[in-house]
Write a protein that binds this ligand. Structure first.
Ligand code: DAH
Length: 339
């Protein structure tokens, strides 16, 4: 029995030296010390020993058991340390590695310019108004002094949803919607998308953007229109910018004008950008027609107003020297990355 015990101890030591993980260690513990383990089965044989031998063997068996227990405990600690070390090695974080660059988007050129325009007008006391892109014929045409047979409708053919409902061709209908809701004084700009059944080319698109302006108050004159637009142009294109007002016709303003700015590329000398003119057209405007004021529920005897409509694409193309409008809508990253 003594020999058996010593063998068990030797075997335990040899196995301990070669095992590599906690599971193997646990298996060994069960095999040696468990209820059906080798030491236990030896202890069960004690009954067959003489009364003299029994205590001696009992002591030896206990020693061997304690010995093995101790060895298992020590091995356990070693294994735990090794496992922790392995985990630390695997989880090493090298803070000096170069970071992963994430491409961050930025504003579209149209949005860049629109935000500047908004800032300028907000700085002059204007508020931002909006209206629907699917609009009634009434707001888009009739209330703006364009009855069903008016020839000016021809230049603004659009997409009809029903006979009376269409995709708006201009942001001017927002004028009527604002006047219906709000009594003077009114000072708004209304940016938004508009639609026309135009074929796509370098200067035309079936959808584009306008920025409508409307000011209604007592005693508003053409002088206010000129002064405010002058201020706007200088803020957007620089202090040396000049404006030129040309007589024009719009059904919803009287008198009406088209407004040019000095070409910011050549400063007015004439270049390919302004086709040698020295001027580029950026907006239409005028004094709000009394009928239009009345259609908006405003007393045209008491109040007067001015209005204008700016083309955002033109503004943006001049601003960034873009020669083809299609580039603004194709969403080619190689183009958009340049702004
Ligand atoms: N709505 C006009 C257009 O699309 C632009 C315009 C001209 C707007 C004169 C106005 C204005 O408010 O007074 O051509």
């Amino acid at each position: 029995m003594r020999e058996q015990l010593n063998k068990i101890r030797e075997r335990a030591e040899a196995q301990l030296a070669s095992l590599e993980n906690m599971q193997e260690l646990e298996d060994l513990r069960v095999q040696m010390l468990g209820k059906k383990g080798e030491i236990t089965s030896i202890l069960k044989q004690m009954g067959s020993l003489s009364a003299e031998e029994r205590p001696k063997m009992g002591q030896l068996a206990n020693e061997v058991r304690q010995n093995i227990e101790q060895l298992i405990k020590e091995k356990g600690q070693l294994l735990k340390q090794a496992e922790q070390q392995a985990r630390l090695n695997a989880e090493t974080l090298d803070v000096t590695l170069p970071g992963e660059a994430h491409a961050i988007g930025h504003k579209h050129p149209l949005s860049i310019v629109l935000d500047e325009v908004k800032d300028i007008f907000i700085g002059m006391g204007f508020q931002i108004a909006t209206g629907p892109e699917v609009e009634w014929d009434y707001y888009n045409f009739e209330a703006l002094n364009l009855p069903p047979d008016h020839p000016a409708r021809d230049t603004q053919d659009t997409f009809y949803i029903t006979e009376k409902m269409l995709l708006r061709t201009q942001t001017s209908p927002v004028q009527i919607r604002v006047m219906e809701k709000q009594a003077p004084p009114i000072r708004i700009i209304a940016p938004g998308r508009v639609y026309r059944s135009d074929a796509v080319d370098a200067t035309h698109s079936p959808y584009f953007h306008q920025i409508e302006g409307l000011v209604v108050d007592e005693g508003i004159t053409m002088g206010d229109l000129k002064g405010n637009l002058m201020q706007f142009a200088k803020r957007l294109y620089g202090d040396n910018t000049q404006l030129r007002f040309r007589p024009h016709h719009f059904p919803f303003t009287e008198p009406s004008c088209e407004v040019d700015v000095t070409c910011f590329k050549c400063g007015g000398k004439g270049c390919p950008m302004c086709k040698g003119e020295g001027w580029v057209e950026i907006l239409g405007g005028g004094m709000v027609h009394p009928k239009v004021l009345q259609n908006g529920g405003v007393d045209a005897e008491k109040y007067s107003g001015y209005a204008f409509g700016i083309g955002l694409e033109r503004l943006t193309m001049f601003r960034f020297n873009i020669d083809d409008m299609r580039l603004l809508f194709e969403n080619d990253i190689r183009f958009l990355d340049q702004f």
